[in-house]
Design a protein around this ligand. Structure first.
Ligand code: ZN
Length: 333
């Protein structure tokens, strides 16, 4: 089946692999934990194992795929498929030939893109972004990632565009995981919210968050745990999420003031888990900051769900070349 493609979402905690048909319908999938020790070859071995498992569940061999697309964290060279500075992956600061190595393991052609950008491409082509020509993807999870599509084309700037999590919402504000202060992610990212919750608990604030975490056998506050705490009316959890929404409103509205996109698509672990009611709250929180406040953009929850990153990555494997209208070489043609 020449139209069957593979897609892998390489995350800091899990590797999600899918096999899709020519219409991007999922035929098989598999999930594996991301290695926390070793180095790039160990991560690649786990990615290959996940892809082989997804192929098995779809009833085919990896060599039968038209190709495999990967959404990767860190700095990605879309031409060579090499990845560097993937700081959430074990010992992956130097450049490593991900596409080449994984391609050998799977006997297939591998193309690599930025994880958040491929998820945005996925929503644009197949999900909530379909009705629009220009969108901003906001991925609300461990951090807050962004992706931009303008007039139908991905915008990556010089490679560093769409870092919406690091839009400043408060000068001199809370310390961000990136080391700077006052970034939106410092208030809305799951990692930052967890650190803040721990600090507040140590200062004597009451919360069920960490009890819930232990009950569920988790080591960190997942989206599901935050959700349960909100349902129970946990006051600290409610305050921290309210604070996150205020920050998201300011940060996303500021980006909209610059880009004037038709729609904002909110995905990521928390975005997808919390769904449209919370996305509507973000839209409300944006409103006072929108310069063009009579024509706010549509704000919608991502449609492709948990597999969106992997399904978006599989789009990279469609043609003879990746969607590199973004590549300077092609743009010059
Ligand atoms: Zn930051």
């Amino acid at each position: 089946m020449a139209t069957t493609r593979g897609g892998i979402d390489l995350g800091g905690t899990k590797i999600e692999a899918v096999v899709v048909d020519g219409r991007s319908k999922v035929l098989g999938s598999a999930r594996r934990p991301t290695p926390t020790e070793g180095g790039p070859p160990d991560v690649v071995a786990q990615m290959a194992a996940a892809m082989v498992e997804a192929c098995t569940s779809a009833g085919l061999e990896s060599s039968e795929l038209r190709g495999v697309g990967v959404g990767s964290p860190g700095l990605v060279d879309p031409q060579t498929g090499a990845v560097s500075s993937a700081l959430n992956l074990p010992n992956w600061d130097q450049e490593y030939p991900l596409a080449e190595d994984l391609g050998k393991a799977l006997s297939s052609v591998v193309r690599v893109g930025n994880d958040v950008q491929v998820a945005t491409d996925g929503e644009f082509s197949l999900g909530a972004g379909r009705p629009y020509k220009s969108i901003l993807g906001v991925f609300w999870g461990t951090g807050v990632g962004g992706g931009i599509i303008l007039d139908g084309k991905p915008w990556i700037g010089r490679g560093g565009a769409a870092e919406i999590g690091h839009v400043v919402v408060k000068v001199g504000g809370a310390r961000c995981p990136c080391g700077r202060r006052g970034c939106m992610e410092a208030y809305a990212g799951r990692a930052a919210m967890e650190a803040y919750a721990r600090k507040q608990m140590k200062r004597g604030k009451k919360t069920d968050l960490f009890e819930l975490m232990e009950e569920r056998g988790r080591t960190r506050l997942t989206s599901g745990i935050w959700w349960r705490a909100l349902e129970r009316g946990d006051r600290l959890a409610t305050n921290i999420i309210d604070r996150a929404i205020v920050a998201l409103g300011a940060g996303v509205a500021s980006a909209v003031n610059v880009l004037d996109v038709e729609a904002v698509i909110v995905g990521g672990g928390i975005g997808v888990r919390f769904g449209q009611p919370y996305v509507d709250r973000i839209a409300q929180a944006m409103q006072p900051h929108l310069f063009n406040d009579t024509r706010p953009p549509d704000v919608r929850v991502a449609e492709l769900g948990d597999l969106g990153g992997a399904i978006g990555a599989a789009l990279l494997a469609r043609g003879p070349r990746p969607r590199t209208s973004r590549s300077p070489r092609l743009a010059a043609v």
